[in-house]
Design a protein around this ligand. Structure first.
Ligand SMILES: [Zn+2]
Length: 371
């Protein structure tokens, strides 16, 4: 096909204006000739694919090459596809020569090398998308993600209101995996947050979340906020329910205190002499009694000294000293920390153990302060 030069085209354009492409019928500049640019490159591309297909001896490979061609033109458009298709032929021919047909990803890497495969990025993408040929580790990872997703789905009863919503959300997310928007892992995290909210709302799955359920859930699991936003958007779009991912700070604090209390009770009951126990106790104690949150790497044993009635933790920098109880039920029975005769008052008192120091917590504090 002879293409017009831009000069003759613009002259022709002026004279002829817009005409219809003889192939697809869409309007195009009059000076272009008979077919539009897209049709020109599509025809050109198809011709190249047909010529290349004749190079294979295995008919199956020739069909595969045709499949690849269809994928390529869809993915990069006719112009680029026409320019690229010749370049990818040697890769297909080499595969045919070596294995007769496509083989595993591991075989391909072994033969072409990582660098070699990077040069045929588009054919590799096609192999991955259309033929599922991908690194085994990736396959394993994808499979285990899929299993995790199944187990999340199974936590909410199928056929219930919640089960239906979750299934619909999953199919929407799956579409986004297929179009390459998101990874399987993100889907799993989003589904886990959605399922947890649905379960926290109603274990039987009959009732769908309302704003108060969202707030209660987020107060207990504030870290889930980001993962939940997608689900709330989905609910708004699909069910017209307007829910906001608000974290209620007051409720969050009281939830956190209850969680810390449970942890304190657990620690006291499972007390052992290990360093690990002591560090955990200190971290929980600093947060519960002083509202100071430290990571486990911020605490070392040399920052801790025992006093008559408790432990003094000296934090580095401007943080200062903090008193916490020893965490014993029976002072005296353990001499790793505390447990000496009660003499002096603790130099630093817990600042924040008013209303919740009832029940077991007060006994724990008492066990170490009152003897
Ligand atoms: Zn056309």
């Amino acid at each position: 096909m002879i293409r017009n030069t831009s000069q003759t085209r613009s002259k022709a354009c002026l004279e002829k204006g817009e005409i219809a492409c003889t192939s697809c019928g869409r309007p195009m500049p009059g000076g272009r000739g008979k077919v539009c640019e897209e049709c020109y490159w599509t025809a050109n591309f198809l011709k190249r694919v047909r010529i290349n297909q004749a190079a294979f001896t295995n008919p199956q490979m020739s069909v595969s090459f045709g499949d690849y061609g269809e994928w390529l033109i869809r993915t990069v458009g006719p112009h680029r596809a026409a320019l690229l298709i010749h370049r990818h032929l040697p890769f297909f021919l080499e595969v045919e020569r070596t294995w007769r047909d496509f083989t595993t990803y591991e075989d391909l890497v072994h033969h072409f090398g990582g660098e070699g495969l990077r040069r045929v990025r588009l054919p590799m993408r096609w192999l991955m998308e259309a033929r599922g040929i991908r690194p085994e580790s990736e396959t394993r990872e994808a499979e285990s993600e899929r299993r995790r997703i199944e187990s999340i789905m199974s936590t909410v009863r199928q056929g219930t209101a919640a089960g239906k919503v979750l299934a619909a959300y999953r199919s929407e997310l799956t579409k986004r995996i297929d179009s390459g928007d998101i990874a399987v892992k993100s889907v799993r995290l989003a589904l886990r947050a959605a399922a947890s909210l649905l379960l926290a709302t109603d274990t039987s799955g009959e009732r769908l979340p309302e704003q108060k359920d969202v707030e209660r859930y987020l107060a207990e699991s504030p870290g889930q906020r980001a993962a939940l936003i997608g689900f709330l958007t989905f609910l708004r779009r699909s069910h017209g329910v307007d829910l906001v991912a608000i974290v209620d700070r007051t409720r969050q604090r009281s939830m956190r205190r209850r969680k810390l209390e449970r942890e304190i009770i657990r620690l006291v009951k499972c007390r052992d002499e290990s360093e690990e126990w002591l560090l955990r106790w200190i971290i929980v104690g600093l947060e519960y009694f002083h509202g100071r949150k430290f990571g486990k790497h911020a605490i070392r044993l040399d920052m801790v000294r025992k006093e008559a009635k408790g432990l003094i933790v000296t934090m580095e920098g401007a943080y200062g000293d903090y008193w916490i109880p020893t965490g014993e039920w029976n002072p005296g029975s353990l001499d790793l920390i505390g447990g000496d005769a009660m003499t002096d008052e603790p130099s630093i008192q817990p600042q924040d153990c008013e209303e919740q120091t009832i029940g077991e917590i007060s006994q724990i504090v008492c066990a170490s302060t009152c003897g």
